[in-house]
Design a protein around this ligand. Structure first.
Ligand code: C2O
Ligand code: CU
Length: 379
């Protein structure tokens, strides 16, 4: 690592993170995975991209792990623009930590006006041993730019812990969560941005006249992202936590009002002594959600303790309807990974529109391997 420490890492094309893949909305993406010498086998999961089930990279479910000397070619259409990432899904709590992850950015075919001229920067965080790395580096990131220019910063949390980001030096907008644009997002100033493990937040920041902008999180203090030029700005302490519950603007003709769910499902995330559980049971014993194609599910997800549980569903995007019983008042929010904290309860709405066998699990991958994983299976 570039702090002088040596670690035993696993790599894609010789580096961790692997190459940043940049494709354009609508592209057919073809990626061949060759396993040179990872004994336990490897796969690639395209986190947040709604690929066909056979391309989802789940060892033991959608494919066999690719053994040393073997290969597997993934093919899918990058249909929705946004910030996504990829990681091995063979013993993922070990392999992602060892370094088998990277960013995949789907750029819009026709970017809208202010964004087309913004500098586009992706910032992928991971943890190796105990060191947090930013784009593979143990140093910070410097993004040059002049006053008045805009930067689109794509934050991806590839660690297992929630990261709380501060933005010092300029007001900013959260323009997308998990790759999905927010509708007319307002300006924030000094707010802390909580990014759960596996989640992505895109920030839009206009560089100020007088100073740099510094983005950092407490778990990666030594890894500031410095934007622009000039002096370092003052640190804003104790900004309030950003909440998407009333952020942005509701849609005028929101189709959701017409859509009644067909079925309600309740998931309680918790822990008993050494296992992490969903509805009191752990993986393999948790009954799968069985859905018919086209079915509309209302899923309530409650965090009964044992830490933050960022709940990730494969192959689908869900919409968050409420938090702690309060309906969302701002922009619609579409996610593939929902950060839940102790005693929080969310309702999400999901259309079962991608047949197959899909995993749903906590993206604290240690929790997932301790049982907080289940399946959504189509009939
Ligand atoms: Cu990024 Cu099943 O996970
Ligand atoms: Cu968890």
């Amino acid at each position: 690592m570039d702090n002088g420490k040596t670690v035993d890492a696993w790599t894609f094309n010789g580096s961790s993170p692997g190459p940043e893949l940049r494709v354009t909305e609508g592209d057919l993406v073809v990626v061949t995975l060759h396993n040179k010498d990872i004994e336990d086998g490897v796969t690639v999961h395209w986190h947040g991209i709604n690929v066909p089930c056979s391309q989802d990279g789940i060892a033991g479910v959608t494919q066999d792990a690719v053994q040393p000397g073997e290969q597997f070619t993934y093919t899918f259409v990058a249909s929705a623009p946004g910030t996504y990432w990829y990681h091995s899904h063979q013993m993922s709590s070990i392999q992602a930590k060892k370094g088998l992850l990277g960013s995949i950015i789907v750029e819009p075919r026709e970017p809208s006006a202010p964004l087309s001229s913004a500098t586009d920067v992706s910032a992928l965080y991971q943890r190796m041993d105990s060191t947090v790395l930013l784009n593979g580096s143990a140093k910070g990131l410097n993004v040059p730019g002049k006053a008045g220019e805009q930067v689109r910063l794509r934050l991806t949390n590839g660690d297992n812990e929630t990261m709380n980001f501060s933005v010092d030096g300029a007001p900013f907008q959260v323009i997308a969560m998990d790759g999905h644009d927010l509708h007319e997002p307002g300006l924030l100033d000094g707010d802390m941005i909580p990014v759960g493990a596996g989640q992505r937040f895109d920030l839009l920041i206009r560089l100020p006249e007088s100073s740099k902008v510094v983005v950092r999180s407490e778990s990666a203090k030594s890894l500031p992202i410095m934007l622009g030029s000039g002096n370092e700005p003052e640190r804003t302490e104790g900004g309030k936590m950003f909440s998407f519950i009333d952020y942005g603007t509701p849609l005028k003709d929101d189709p959701l009002r017409m859509l009644k769910p067909d079925r309600n499902i309740e998931l309680r995330l918790g822990q008993s002594l050494f296992v992490k559980t969903i509805n009191g049971r752990s993986f393999h014993e948790i009954p799968p959600i069985t859905a018919k194609e086209g079915e509309r599910l209302l899923i309530s997800i409650a965090n009964d303790g044992g830490g933050d549980h960022p709940f990730h569903l494969h192959g689908h995007t869900f919409r968050v309807l409420s938090k702690n019983g309060i309906p969302l008042k701002g922009s619609p929010v579409f996610l593939d990974t929902l950060l839940t904290k102790k005693d929080e309860i969310y309702e999400v709405y999901l259309v079962a529109d991608n047949p197959g066998l899909w995993m749903a699990h906590c993206h604290n991958l240690g929790h997932a391997s301790m049982g907080m994983s289940m399946m959504l299976n189509y009939e």
